[in-house]
Each structure stands twice: as C-alpha cells, then as structure tokens.
Design a protein around this ligand. Structure first.
Ligand SMILES: [Zn+2]
Length: 268
C-alpha cells in the first residue's frame, strides 16, 4: 500500500482508535510518538497500551513488532508528498503513447503518469532522516512499487494478463525498463528534469490532475474532500460510498433486531 501523506494517515487511525493492522502502521505510530520527543521506554509503553486497547495484545507476537517499529522510527520521519511537477517533455512522451486501441492507450497513459508521479514522489520526499540515496546516478529515475498499487492509484482496473500486454508495449518502446533487482523495481526512462514544468500535482488523488489536464471536470467527495473526476453523478469517492453502504446495512439490521424484540415483548 502506498501512502502519500503518512502523518495524516496514522493520525486518522489513532483518532478513531482503529487497530494497527500492519507493521507499517505500527512503525508510523512510533514515528508519531518520536515526533513528540518522548523517551524510548515511554514510546514502547504507549504503543503496547494502544495495541492492548484496540486489539488483542499478545506480547510474544507484538514484542518483536514494537522493537522493529522503534528501530524504524530512529531512522525515519514521515513521508508527506508535497508538490510534484510534471514537465513538458515528460507529458509529451506520455501523450504520444499510441500503439494499442484508444481505450488501451488511455489506460497506459494513466499508468505512465502514475509511475512517473510516484517515482518523483519517492525521490524528492524521502522518509530517511539522513540523506542516503541508493541510486546516486542523478539522471536515472527509479520506482519501487507493486503494479497493484500503481494500478489502484491510476484508477485503472485491468486483469494481470492485460497488464502484461501493456508492460510489453511500454518496455518495447523504451518507456520503462523492468529490472533484475525485483518485480517491483522499474526504471522510468521518460524523466526530463530539465524541461519546463507544465503541471503541478498535489497528493490529493494525483491521477485527477492528469484527468483535469485532459479536460475532465473535478469535484470533491462530499464526505472526505478527496478530489474526483466527475464521470457519473457520483458525489462520494469509492471508499466513502462503501463505508456508507456498510453503515446503512448495519442500521437496517439494528432496526430489524429492534422490531423483532418489540414484537416478542408484545407477545409476552
Ligand atoms: Zn470520500
């Protein structure tokens, strides 16, 4: 999972007292506590108390996780992706992707846009407190992200088979280079830092900035203010829409339980 604003993300979880489900989330909570300049022991206690409160705390299971989180927080801060600029030549390359059907081309362009955005976001907004660039060659742009995450953020819903077809085209035309390091590492070949910036992208649903560039009207989710391209008459983002559906279901269930109870009481 890619989190573009780690601080808001973890704060929301803590405020709502939701459980910390992954190592990443425990790490981020540790960073939040470190920012408050608490001492090591206090941080451990805080995390343990939170885990106890929100989850079934198992010391054997969590001890290692908390230790890892402390080690992480000593070296890392929050990643809060700020402005990212897409340059003229970069956009030109993205827009010139024209090797498949029109619908497929459009999907590929969105994926390419998202890959470039993410690679820049990770390059310019690092979490490491000490600057350590694993790829010192300046003109290269690397992206480390799973294709599932990239597709999710690009709002492109396709099968893996389809992605393989797209990847083949992108590689063949020299846009990306898969690497031998891992399945998640890509070299982005359409990176032109010296050309003029033409699009400023913020971290609130970045793909919408591309959609806007292509002429889409942009609205905000009425619940969480996430940016959305106005495609249908939707007012909410998919996350909020899903949450509302769940709540509505719960309400109906409560209502039914209440009615049945009432009827039983009447019978007595
Ligand atoms: Zn929303």
């Amino acid at each position: 999972m890619i989190i573009l604003d780690e601080k808001s993300y973890i704060k929301k979880i803590i405020e709502k007292e939701k459980p910390l489900r992954t190592q990443k989330e425990i790490n981020l909570y540790a960073v939040l506590l470190f920012e408050k300049l608490l001492k090591g022991n206090t941080i451990v206690r805080n995390i343990e108390e939170y885990l106890e409160k929100t989850d079934e705390y198992v010391q054997a299971k969590h001890f290692y996780k908390v230790t890892r989180a402390i080690t992480y927080a000593k070296k890392h801060g929050f990643r809060i992706v700020g402005e990212i600029f897409i340059n003229e030549w970069e956009m030109e390359v993205i827009e010139s992707f024209n090797y498949l059907s029109e619908k497929e081309n459009e999907e590929c362009r969105r994926i390419l846009f998202m890959m470039l955005y993410l690679a820049k976001a990770f390059k310019y907004y690092t979490t490491r407190l000490k600057e350590e660039n694993p790829f010192p060659i300046k003109d290269y742009l690397y992206l480390y992200a799973s294709i599932e995450d990239i597709l999710w953020l690009a709002e492109v819903r396709i099968s893996f088979k389809k992605w393989k077809k797209y990847k083949h085209e992108m590689t063949k035309h020299g846009l990306i280079t898969p690497t031998i390091y891992s399945k998640k590492t890509w070299i982005i070949n359409y990176f032109y830092p010296d050309s003029q910036a033409i699009l400023k992208v913020l971290n609130n649903n970045p793909i919408t900035y591309y959609q806007e560039y292509k002429g889409a009207k942009i609205i905000e989710c009425e619940s969480c203010k996430k940016r959305l391209a106005k495609i249908t008459s939707r007012k909410y983002c998919s996350d909020c829409a899903y949450q509302m559906k769940l709540n509505a279901k719960k309400e109906i269930k409560n209502h039914l339980t209440q009615t049945i109870k009432q009827e039983f009481q009447n019978m007595e």
